[in-house]
Design a protein around this ligand. Sequence first.
Ligand SMILES: Cc1ncc(COP(=O)(O)O)c(C=O)c1O
Length: 152
Amino acid sequence: MSVGAKPVFVDVDPHSYQIDVSKIKSAITSKTKAIIPVHLYGHPAEMNPILEIARENHLKVIEDNAQGLGAEYLGKKTGSFGDISCLSFFPTKNLGAFGDAGMVVTNDPSLAERMRMLRTWLEEKILFRGSWLQQPTRCFASCDLAGEIPAS
Ligand SMILES: Cc1ncc(COP(=O)(O)O)c(C=O)c1O
């Protein structure tokens, strides 16, 4: 929401408690950028139809895997389907840290680079005369967003 995004909620299936895939399409508008399935209570969301809807509508898929660590969908680990997968390591989560912590994972090298830069307040490391230096670089997010990253 720091970047002006508006979450649009899609109800859950009353039996699985996962996002109701039959209700996703009607929630998509020309402004929609991504689908965020939440693998809730250690159970996987229905990833195949979600990926299909995302592909048809040119949307990214961001998996919320905070409660899904270790879960599988059709033999494949949750968190390995989307463009990005997010994890919370808050002490009450499946894998709790000592205090607030989290992680984002991706297989996309360009997204990984952007996320590493967000982690370090939009700086990137450059090799200068044999030493790694932190250098302010291409600014693609507001300072507000950069400030939120370590807090989330
Ligand atoms: C599924 C899920 N995603 C995200 C979060 C948010 O995690 P955090 O408090 O570390 O930002 C929670 C916290 O309850 C959660 O249960």
